[in-house]
Write a protein that binds this ligand. Structure first.
Ligand code: ADP
Ligand code: MG
Length: 258
């Protein structure tokens, strides 16, 4: 088959990425290519390297050896503010909202990477690009809360504020490190639905670590399994079967037992 000249450039290319800490090799020779729009779940026991991988992909931590590029540019060469913020949006378990600020400020925080310091400061008094926040909150169905103190919102509404912030940030890639770890099953499902909607709107690439096989099968197209920093499997979710998972999560002491 001929390669189309318009074939999409991969979003991520990781080659031989290794990250070693004094007590552990967090990532061991990881090769990974991700295409635009892919939804990649990162599975693996605690300590297997999931967070380290997301940190490398987010440009937070440089690899010791190997290369990691985003849209062809080395991640380590991007400036932490503007350049990275336009490319990568991160969601954390606690959403990182500022509770005492009105919703609008938390949503517009998604723009901070693109604004000058002056504009960011001015925005605290006179919200800049207010229309962006309004649109995002409308999409998420909570535009009536725009001036509400964020701490007054329910947990579900705060999830939506965090998603609205992602919408205004409009990154190419969304990285989420165990975004549903602290949520009950209904909230976890709701968050994954919102995340999926937000990602669909701009055909975002999503890479998320999680422990739920059910959510992986439902919301992701591809699953990679990490074990002791190594790529244990990398499969379309249809091929994710009990054999692979049992092997991935097996307790260390049981290795080799039959
Ligand atoms: P996971 O997210 O799958 O639980 P991590 O990427 O957090 O795995 O950790 C992988 C390994 O690297 C673990 O052994 C962990 O203790 C180690 N590690 C991760 N970050 C650091 C750090 N900042 N300093 C020292 N060791 C670390
Ligand atoms: Mg982790």
């Amino acid at each position: 088959m001929k390669t189309s000249p318009n074939a999409a450039q991969p979003v991520y290319v990781l080659e031989g990425v290794t990250k070693t800490y004094p007590a552990a090799r967090a990532l061991d020779a990881i090769d990974l290519t991700i295409s635009p729009g892919e939804r990649v779940a990162v599975l693996g026991p605690s300590g297997s390297g999931k967070t380290s991988l997301l940190h490398v992909m987010g440009g937070v931590v440089p690899p010791d050896t190997g290369t990691a590029t985003i849209e062809g540019q080395p991640l380590t060469g991007l400036s932490a503010g503007r350049e990275l913020a336009g490319m990568v949006g991160m969601i954390h378990q606690q959403y990182d909202l500022v509770p005492h600020l009105p919703v609008i400020h938390n949503v517009l925080a998604g723009r901070l990477g693109r604004w000058s310091t002056m504009r960011s400061l001015l925005s605290l008094v006179l919200p800049q690009e207010r229309n962006l926040a309004v649109d995002a909150l409308e999409i998420l169905g909570i535009s009536d809360k725009i001036n509400e103190r964020t701490s007054r919102l329910s947990g579900g509404e705060q999830q939506r504020v965090a998603m609205a912030r992602l919408l205004v940030q409009a990154p190419r890639v969304i990285l989420a490190d165990e975004p549903v770890a602290s949520l009950d099953p209904a909230r976890a499902e709701a968050l994954m639905l919102l995340l999926n909607d937000v990602a669909d709107r701009s055909n975002n690439t999503v890479v998320a670590s999680l422990h739920s096989v059910h959510l992986t099968r439902k919301y992701f197209s591809r699953a990679i399994g990490l074990r002791r920093g190594r790529m244990h499997f990398d499969v379309p979710v249809d091929l994710l079967d009990d054999g692979l998972l049992n092997d991935l999560y097996d307790i260390e002491g049981l290795d080799g037992e039959t």
